[in-house]
Write a protein that binds this ligand. Structure first.
Ligand SMILES: Nc1nc2c(ncn2[C@@H]2O[C@H](COP(=O)(O)OP(=O)(O)OP(=O)(O)O)[C@@H](O)[C@H]2O)c(=O)[nH]1
Ligand SMILES: [Zn+2]
Length: 305
């Protein structure tokens, strides 16, 4: 049938006003109605298998769905400039929270002398997660990445602007469908080239979703998503004598000695603490009372229009 343009039906408008999460996102399946007068309305979004959710800036809802029904979330990070380990951890939390399987894709290995050494550093912040080195320039790893797209699976690329997501999309397709940004010569940073989310169907293979550069992802992550990204720290913390151990000075703490013995990186521990705090703050902000107030406010605004 191809592409159709649809407006929201009444139920969809109401659901979207009450919770932004209800609105369709890229990757969603939706029911549309074809009216005799040629109008097309989007009536319902079908239940999602998975959802990548980011914080919505306006706090009017639980969050905002960046992509739905994704099977594999590829966290795309460049090796040049140096990869940002904290950003990879954050995006891993986002991925674990989505219900999809994460992989880490390290791009531009052709620009650094020791890509395998850098992969090992990244592996330390991504326990249990497959890590691919992929160069669109030399072709290294493109087939491995493409293999994730078999059997009609949906692969979403997330990562900062300039990491090479659009370039990877083009490499996987074998043709250029996405505009790519040329890196500014002076500071080596990419221009922001993807202005809206794109979904590309690769016939007989799967579906590829290229999300725009997620700069500062606000997380709606819960403790489980943080635990998914930090299984090493959580395993240590589970061995502390006290369940509410703060890992500062308590007797019987298992985390502190791991740092002292060099088994756990101090910076990683600090980032784990911050993400846990962020998850707790999120949970506190989104009390049912808050949400009722937000919905009432939205309704009032709608009536004024
Ligand atoms: N040397 C090298 N350059 C690459 C590679 N992948 C991407 N680039 C370059 O990096 C720049 C940014 O790539 P894009 O694909 O536009 O980045 P993006 O992640 O899609 O960025 P947004 O669309 O802004 O989110 C472009 O100049 C690419 O040519 C690679 O594997 N090796
Ligand atoms: Zn402890």
């Amino acid at each position: 049938m191809g592409a159709v343009r649809a407006s929201y039906g009444g139920d969809m408008l109401r659901a979207g006003a009450a919770d932004r999460m209800a609105l369709p996102a890229v990757g969603d399946w939706a029911a549309v109605r074809d009216w005799p007068d040629d109008r097309v309305t989007l009536e319902a979004v079908l239940p999602r298998r998975t959802a990548i959710v980011r914080d919505s800036a306006d706090r009017t809802s639980q969050g905002q769905v960046v992509a739905a029904n994704v099977d594999v979330v590829a966290i795309v990070e460049h090796l040049d400039p140096d990869p940002d380990l904290g950003r990879i951890e954050r995006l891993l939390v986002l991925a674990w929270g989505s219900g999809a399987q994460p992989v880490v894709v390290l791009t531009k290995p052709d620009l650094v002398p020791d890509p395998d050494g850098m992969r090992a550093e990244v592996a330390a912040v991504a326990p249990g997660v497959e890590i691919l080195l992929v160069s669109a320039v030399s072709g290294t790893g493109v087939d491995e990445l493409g293999a994730l797209l078999r059997n009609g699976r949906t692969l979403a690329l997330v990562g900062p602007s300039g990491a090479g997501k659009s370039t990877l999309t083009n490499a996987l397709l074998g043709v250029d469908v996405m505009p790519t940004g040329s890196v500014r010569a002076r500071d080596g940073r990419g221009r922001h080239t993807t202005t809206h989310r794109e979904l590309v169907v690769l016939p007989g293979r799967g579906v590829l979703i290229d999300t725009p550069g997620l700069r500062a992802v606000g997380l709606v992550a819960d403790d489980d998503a943080v635990a998914g990204a930090f299984p090493d720290v959580e395993a240590l913390a589970a061995r502390c004598r006290f369940r509410d151990c703060t890992h500062e000075a308590e007797p019987g703490c298992a985390v502190r000695p791991a740092v002292e013995d060099g088994d756990l990186d101090e910076d990683r521990l600090a980032r784990w603490r911050n993400l846990r705090r962020e998850a707790a703050r999120n949970a506190a902000h989104r009390t049912p009372g808050d949400r009722r107030a937000v919905v009432a406010d939205l309704e009032a605004r709608r009536h004024r229009r």
